[in-house]
Design a protein around this ligand. Structure first.
Ligand SMILES: O=C(O)CCC(=O)C(=O)O
Length: 295
């Protein structure tokens, strides 16, 4: 059985804005997820689904989104959500949750990935920043869970999720990021310049999240954070987000209704995953979706 969230974990999560559970999933579970990703690559190579590649010949995928959609769906993903993730997610957001995003961050082939430091929904420097951060805390949760060794690509500033941004944080975050998509020339000079900048003026309090297969980091995506893989090391990190069910589907997660309602798709899901998707469908807006900043 997967690791359960303890009251101490919960306290840490609320206070620090993140919690890392080590060895949370069995080797068999991790293998089933890796097999699932490999199956998606097989399907893509057979022309049965679309995905991006960092290097197709070497089977190095680019970031994969929408892994619960019919073309990429693998029973292993849903079994993981049903059996292992659900109790953890429910503990962290205090009750049932709904689907938002479900995918995998990927790196490899020496392709640099250097995100700028950011808060996902924050308004750094705004007069109502603190109020805004408190308004969102506990409504949603995000995770990174490694499937391959030596995952050290997520950087965070612990305990930055509920306080005003400092002038230094705002200055550091203003630096340009750089993410490769697997196409186009590698801007080596640009990468070197960004790395040099980063070493000269690091983010105060920045921490590298180190994980091995079976580990998971849950975090409030309003923590200052970034993905940082300048050398383009191999990375397969499951990356998903969930919301409390009463929050209507927003613009960044919109557009999944029709595909989720593909005949037979919901019927093949185990009950908990199906309920996560159903709760997403239940709060799907008929008109224009609101943005994260509007809810
Ligand atoms: O690469 C990561 O781990 C962070 C990803 C992230 O912050 C994002 O997609 O917004």
């Amino acid at each position: 059985m997967a690791t359960r969230i303890t009251p101490k974990d919960l306290e840490h999560y609320h206070h620090e804005g993140y919690i890392i559970l080590r060895g949370a999933f069995s080797p068999a579970r991790v293998k089933s997820l890796v097999d699932g990703v490999n199956r998606i690559m097989d399907l893509a190579l057979e022309g049965k689904c679309q995905m991006g590649w960092l290097d197709k010949e070497r089977r190095l995928p680019a970031r994969i989104g929408n892994m619960l959609h019919p073309d990429k769906y693998q029973p292993a993903f849903a079994q993981w959500l049903d059996e292992d993730l659900n109790p953890q997610i429910e503990a962290l957001i205090g009750g049932p949750a709904r689907h938002s995003l479900f995918g995998m961050l990927a790196g490899g082939a020496g392709d640099p990935y250097l995100q700028a430091w950011h808060r996902d929904i924050g308004k750094p420097g705004a007069p109502d920043e603190v109020e805004f951060l408190h308004h969102h805390h506990g409504r949603f949760v995000q995770f990174n869970a490694s499937l391959v060794e030596d995952d050290h690509y997520l950087n965070i500033v612990p305990a930055s999720h509920l306080r005003a941004s400092t002038a230094q944080e705002i200055a550091v975050s203003g630096r340009k990021g750089f993410t490769r998509t697997g196409t186009g020339p590698i801007a080596a000079d640009e990468v070197r310049a960004i790395e040099a900048w980063d070493k000269e003026q690091p983010m105060p309090g920045g921490m590298v999240v180190r994980m091995e297969p079976g580990d998971i980091a849950y975090y409030n995506a309003n923590l200052w954070h970034r993905g940082w893989n300048p050398a383009g090391g191999k990375r397969w990190t499951m990356h998903s987000a969930f919301w409390k069910p009463q929050y209507p589907v927003m613009s960044h997660e919109h557009g999944q209704r029709e595909v989720m309602l593909t005949p037979g798709h919901l019927d093949r899901m185990p009950p908990v995953t199906r309920a996560y998707i159903q709760r997403y469908l239940d709060v799907y807006p008929e008109g224009k979706p609101k943005s994260l900043l509007e809810i």
